[in-house]
Ligand binder design. Sequence first.
Ligand SMILES: [Zn+2]
Length: 176
Amino acid sequence: MPFMPVDAQAAHPMPSMKSKPCPHCKKTGYLNGHGYLRGYGDGTDNHAVRGRRIYCSNRGRRGGCGRTHSYFLASVIPKSSVSATAIWCFLSLILAGFSRRVAHKKSLAVNTSRRIWARCVKAQGTLRHNLCTLAQPPPTVFVVPFLQVIRHLVDAFPLASNPIAAYQSAFQSAFL
Ligand SMILES: [Zn+2]
């Protein structure tokens, strides 16, 4: 599923919709905003806005297919209630030298650290492959291989306040 630009808010109009083809029927010119994609957010909110729903209009004489698709906010991790902001906070603390236990306490909800870390480690091959298209791998060798990936992520998006959101928007691919 695609991601919105890194600085786009859910309430912003999506100006390029009319020039984009529908992913279902491939026709151009019939896409309209169709409300929000909602689901779990940080904490207990299960109606948090996670993105935009887009409708390929077949109303009236419009020639679309009538189906919908969605764009995630760049700060949303698909299939996870943990936000990219919280995960970035966790990873940046680890990169700064904090232990996983301490970084977890400062950034993530209870019982999420092990699961998030496992997903990070599992994703590292894809992450490294994509990041290599933007920046050289860091020369430093870290004891924990995933730290190298976090360093690489920072090098690839040096100006981003949230490099995970920047990654998702740039590669149109989930970080985890
Ligand atoms: Zn369509």
